[in-house]
Structure formats: C-alpha cells, structure tokens
Design a protein around this ligand. Structure first.
Ligand code: SF4
Length: 333
C-alpha cells in the first residue's frame, strides 16, 4: 500500500523534489529519500511507508512521555520504519535507522483498534512519525471523527508549512530538543537546531499541548551553559511547559558510559530555577517524577514507574490550595 506524497514538486526529466522536511531531497527516478519513506516512482513521489507500522501497542501516556496530558490513560501507539535524522546515539536505531519488518494497517483499521481497546486516542511515536505524514494526517482525521485524541512524539524536524497544516489535528506533542548548539545538531544528529526550535515555537503558538524531552549525553550537551540556555529559551515560551530530562544509555554508534546521576540532578536544579514542571526519566531520582502545585508546592500527582496517583487533585484544582492545575484531564479528578 502506498500513497502519492504531499508537499513535493515535479521537475524536468521525471525528477521530483520533496518539501516536507529541511532535507529537501531531490530525487531522480527510482531513488529513495533520506527518511527511507518516500520514493520517486516514474516521476511521482510516493509515501512508500504508508500504513506500514513497525510496532503497535497500548502504552501508558507516561511512556511517551506526556505527564500533563490525560495522566494515567492508555494510548494506542505506532510508528513507521523511517527517520530523517541520523543521531549517533539513537535509542531506537533498530526500528528507525535500519530496515525492519513492518505490518500493514490501514487508517480505518488503526482507528477501529483504538476504539476496540478503549484507548484514549492514537500516538504516532517510536521512530519519526512526521516521516509518515500522509498516513498520520489520514488517520488523525478519522480518529477525530471518533472523538479520539492524536499525539505526536517527534524530533520536530519538519518544514513550517506542512507542520502548520497538520497541527490542527494534533492534540499533544512531545518534541525532542536534543541539544542547544548548532554544532551538536550538525555533528551528532546531522540536522539543524533552528528547525527544531521553530517547530516547538509554532506548536506552542498554535496552542497544541507541548512537552519537551532533552536526552542528556555526557560531554556532548550537558554543560551548565547549554542547560541554562535551554531552560531560558523554554521559559521565554512558557514557564508551564513540562520538560523531561532523560538519561542516555549507550546505543547504536555511541558506546561511552551512561549519564551520571549527578548530571541529571544538576540539570533538574538548573531548570527548576526557571520552569514549573521539570522531570527526570530513565533513572530513579526521588522527587523528580512527581508533579507539584506551583502555588503551594503540595504533590498533585505522584508517579512510580508508569503508575500514577492523582490524589492531590480535586475538581481539576489543587486539593490543598485550590489553584488551577496545568494538566489536561479528561474527567474531573
Ligand atoms: S521527508 Fe524524506 S524524502 Fe522528503 S525531504 Fe525529508 S528526508 Fe527527504
């Protein structure tokens, strides 16, 4: 199953140019794009990864991670065998960077599965769902019709025009900000920092619920200067954007040791000087996975692994002081 791609241009001699992401791949007949999801077939660009999923599972929302969007719910999650970045440390390299087995699932069947399993919606995740653009758009429309939510977990590496067209269908995003220097993005990820920052800024402006993940890699993106720059930039958008610092483990081409716990604690403290909601993932550090009321500091939500206890919230307010909570909740907790 494949579908003609969106956002491309037909050129002379059956060449095509894709405008979905900043690679702007120029493809002669038979050639495949950098993301491995698009191919020039006889002068037309096709999404050859359309409806081909590397994995389908019902996951906790906290696994995305999204801590301020329907906490404690489960969401049907899937993704393509495609990515448009080439991070040396890719934590999902076996499904994003090399060819992996996929299964066919039409948008209609995926939405039916979400309904059948009582999922709150669909998360497009695991690899790079923006490289599944046509499928995500078709599925997200059907999901909306069934009152399901659409969630993207993404590297944010997309051109503004397609992003703006997709955003009205997306309820929440977790976007990776992988570092705060152009040098890091260029050398380690083979991308450009400003593209990702722009995606975050546009998504926040368009009122999509946004949370950010920053994977801390020792010696590459963990300097105090860089962490402060990141926190200041997030605070400039909104102090209420939840930030998840994540612990790196050796993977793919990166074989140096995992992030020291002290570095994660330092990042947490730096970010908390500016931001209301900061978390640490992939490591157990007491107090760094709970949500506190920004007004009275009482625990609103305590978390242990993926289990969630919302005993500090009543009628969508802090049970202790009555302050409104910055959390998207489906029912009154
Ligand atoms: S979406 Fe794929 S084919 Fe299109 S420009 Fe980006 S990497 Fe190239």
């Amino acid at each position: 199953m494949q579908k003609e791609a969106l956002f491309y241009e037909k050129l002379e001699n059956k060449k095509v140019q894709c405008h979905l992401c900043p690679w702007e791949c120029l493809l002669t007949e038979g050639k495949v794009g950098m993301c491995k999801g698009k191919k020039n077939l006889n002068g037309l660009l096709y999404a050859t990864n359309y409806a081909r999923a590397v994995s389908i599972a019902l996951d906790p929302m906290e696994k995305k991670p999204l801590y301020h969007f329907h906490p404690g719910s489960e969401i049907l999650s899937t993704g393509p065998n495609s990515c448009n970045l080439r991070c040396d440390h890719c934590q999902n390299w076996n499904i994003s960077q090399i060819e992996s087995p996929t299964e066919l699932i039409t948008p209609e069947d995926l939405v039916s599965l979400a309904v059948k399993y009582n999922s709150i919606g669909i998360a497009y995740t695991y690899t790079e769902p923006l490289m599944w653009y046509e499928y995500v758009q078709d599925t997200a429309k059907l999901a909306r019709d069934k009152h399901l939510v659409n969630v993207l977990v993404s590297n944010g590496y997309i051109n503004p025009e397609p992003l703006l067209e997709l955003l009205p269908l997306i309820d929440a995003m977790n976007i990776d900000v992988k570092g705060m220097t152009q040098d890091f993005y260029k050398k380690v990820c083979k991308g450009k920092l400003e593209v990702v920052l722009k995606t975050v800024e546009l998504s926040v402006q368009k009122k999509c619920h946004v949370e950010l993940t920053y994977l801390i890699i020792p010696g590459l993106n963990d300097s105090e200067t860089e962490l402060r720059e990141f926190s200041n930039w997030v605070a400039g958008l909104s102090v209420s954007i939840p930030v998840h610092f994540s612990r790196y483990f050796p993977a793919y081409k990166a074989d140096f040791p995992s992030t020291p716990i002290e570095t994660l604690k330092k990042a947490f403290q730096i970010a908390r000087e500016k931001l209301r909601y900061v978390y640490v993932g992939n490591a157990y550090i007491p107090g760094t996975s709970d949500t506190h009321c920004p007004k009275c500091s009482k625990v609103l939500i305590s978390r242990s692994g993926y289990s969630v206890d919302m005993t500090g919230i009543k009628d969508n307010k802090c049970k202790n002081c009555g302050a409104a909570v910055d959390i998207v909740l489906d029912k009154k907790a």
